[in-house]
Write a protein that binds this ligand. Sequence first.
Ligand code: ADE
Length: 417
Amino acid sequence: MKHDVKDLSLAAQGKLKIEWAGRSMGVLKLLGKRFAKEKPLRGITIGACLHVTAETANLMLVLKAGGANLALCAGNPLSTQEDVAASLVKDYDISTFAIKGEDTKTYYKHLNAVLDTHPQITMDDGADLVSLLHTERKKQIPELIGSNEETTTGIIRLRAMEKDKALKIPVFAVNDSDTKHMFDNRYGTGQSTLDGIMRATNMLLAGKKFVVCGYGWCGRGLASRARGMGAHVIVIEVDPIKALEAVMDGFSVMRMRDAIKIGDIFVTVTGDKNVIALSHMLNMKDGAILANSGHFDVEIAISDLSKKAKAKRKVRPYVDEYILEGKRIYILGEGRLINLAAAEGHPADVMDMSFANQALAAEFFVKNKDNVKVKVYSISKKMDSEIARLKLAAMGITIDRLTREQKKYLTSWQEGT
Ligand code: ADE
């Protein structure tokens, strides 16, 4: 079985980590049991480019239980958990290509190794496999039944491709599911981003001016969790509705040019580039800390900073100090996803639902393989609600149901005052 991981001797520790995460993944566990019985993915080759974490490992086990042949590579050069990668290979016989800190060449070698297995379904977190399939590996497109996309950034790319008629593969927008973005993006990013910042810096957040750039689901979660830690949270947002929401959620909202003068910690979660430009950094306070939790490392203009800075040194793991016109600017995790670079990504409790969506989307593609269209699919409301129901059940929570009379009232118009 082909693989490229750092150290197979880490497997025992990785296995414990995978099992620990599995304890909080009740929905996946139920799916795994059904998949083991029904084998809905029998003989299907799945190629995944996802963050190689204990949570992803649990998804791989469910897909394998469903009968799939698997190959997995890292969704980001810094997000791999080496022990988990080792365990996937050694304990679970899953072809894994992922080394934490791999350079861009190795990153692409690993993507290509996954595509070399000729997957019929791909799973992306940022559309890298789909991009390769549409550029350098076009010949493989007819082999594809469909592709799942995990993240907002990837779906933006795919919708742009669909609009331009450049999309050639049916894709499933996992991020569109309520059981994905309302939980993973909000509570997952909220908690894991703070976790990454705290592990990297060991700084107290209470009393700090904490600037959140972007008030989508990730920004909302991050702002609310930072407030919970006692930080004074400032939100930067270009969308007037989201900005208004942030105001009414009780946050200070201002322009970047005003926030840079007072902020202690800045975190980008926008999905766009150059959100923190060199011109901003030049006007920040001495000692400002900058981190990114958006998918790509484009949100902070690090290459401009590198060119202009007089000196750079690593002061702690995942903390680089730049001297910029006599001031110190700290960049965490090289501007890559700080929650996965310096911490362990989102907790298993939320990845449970995200990955239940991944598994069900794969099953959907196989079941409908003869009539899926080249378009961006989203989950049905019914299936989304079912995942939430299973999650509640796994948490031991029972909710009420509408009476027949209440249901009728909600679908009729005759009853008034
Ligand atoms: N994305 C964010 N957190 C993650 C995790 N724990 N595993 C896989 N993908 C993630």
